[in-house]
Design a protein around this ligand. Structure first.
Ligand SMILES: [Zn+2]
Length: 99
């Protein structure tokens, strides 16, 4: 019997910024997450596609989708330096996506 499955992957890339969550109202440090769809054969992933990047609230799991992997890496790098200070060029994109 061939064991064949498919589902979604979820990988935490690191810590994002402190955000006042518009969904649950808590101010917490959000997490940068990569999600993907995948096919696995005998529980070994053989194909992975449609990767998407998110910054999500650790309390309610609400969040915003980030436009690209590059953007996710910029968020991670900036949050590492100072998670309470969102650089202006990143903030503009994030605020647009909150609406
Ligand atoms: Zn929340």
């Amino acid at each position: 019997m061939i064991v064949f499955g498919w589902g979604g992957g979820h990988k935490v890339l690191g810590e994002g910024f402190f955000v006042h969550c518009p969904n649950c109202g808590n101010a917490t440090q959000w997490t940068v997450v990569e999600t993907s769809k995948r096919i696995s054969l005998y529980f070994v992933p053989v194909a992975k596609w449609s990767k998407r990047y998110w910054m999500t609230c650790s309390v309610c799991s609400g969040g915003v989708e980030l436009p690209s992997r590059q953007f996710a890496q910029q968020v991670l790098a900036a949050a590492l330096q100072d998670p309470t200070e969102i650089p202006e060029h990143l903030e503009r994109t994030l605020i647009e996506r909150f609406r």
